[in-house]
Design a protein around this ligand. Structure first.
Ligand code: CMX
Length: 134
């Protein structure tokens, strides 16, 4: 069902402030940034081999990332796995007893479809399913 780790999401207060560490000091390829309105975040993507690091900056105090930063400060926010068929993956997880935050896919960055599993049902790791955009 899962094909690879697509990205690791990292919550930051400011992409502008966090970017130099990843792009200049670690030397990752910066693939651009965009706002994901549905999730109330600005997202910057950095490529490492076939994997990505996603920097997440809240665009509203109601953003899930704003709440996370308030409680924990900056740090790893979620782990995203790529799936070929997100609707089938959600159905499988539900059948196996996982608690889905999203029972139908939402729009993610770069035309992807995404759905989250609740961290209370995944041993404390906010888990994202991600189907590549077309
Ligand atoms: N990782 C692990 N645990 C987390 C977490 C995270 N990122 N975010 C929240 N939690 C935990 C909290 O610590 C809390 O645990 P305790 O009850 O033990 O204290 C519990 O989950 C409930 O958290 P909360 O602070 O009360 O927050 P909410 O219930 O309001 O929301 C969550 C939590 C995960 C349901 C919400 O953040 C959500 O729906 N997330 C999915 C969407 C998202 O994160 N979008 C941003 C990224 C978008 C993108 O990548 O494009």
């Amino acid at each position: 069902m899962l094909t690879k780790i697509n990205h690791i999401g990292v919550a930051v207060k400011s992409i502008d402030e966090a970017l130099p560490f990843y792009r200049d000091q670690l030397g990752m390829a910066f693939k651009g940034s965009e706002e994901v309105l549905e999730q109330k975040v600005k997202v910057a993507m950095l490529q490492v081999g076939e994997s990505k690091i996603e920097l997440l900056e809240p665009t509203s105090p109601e953003s899930p990332v704003a709440k996370f930063l308030e409680k924990n400060g900056p740090g790893i926010h979620h782990l995203a796995y790529e799936v070929a068929d997100i609707v089938a993956a959600i159905a499988h997880l539900k059948k196996e007893g996982a608690r889905m935050i999203d029972e139908t896919p939402r729009n993610g960055a770069h035309g992807t479809l995404i759905a989250f599993v609740h961290p209370k049902s995944s041993n404390g790791v906010l888990t994202e399913l991600c189907q590549a955009g077309h």
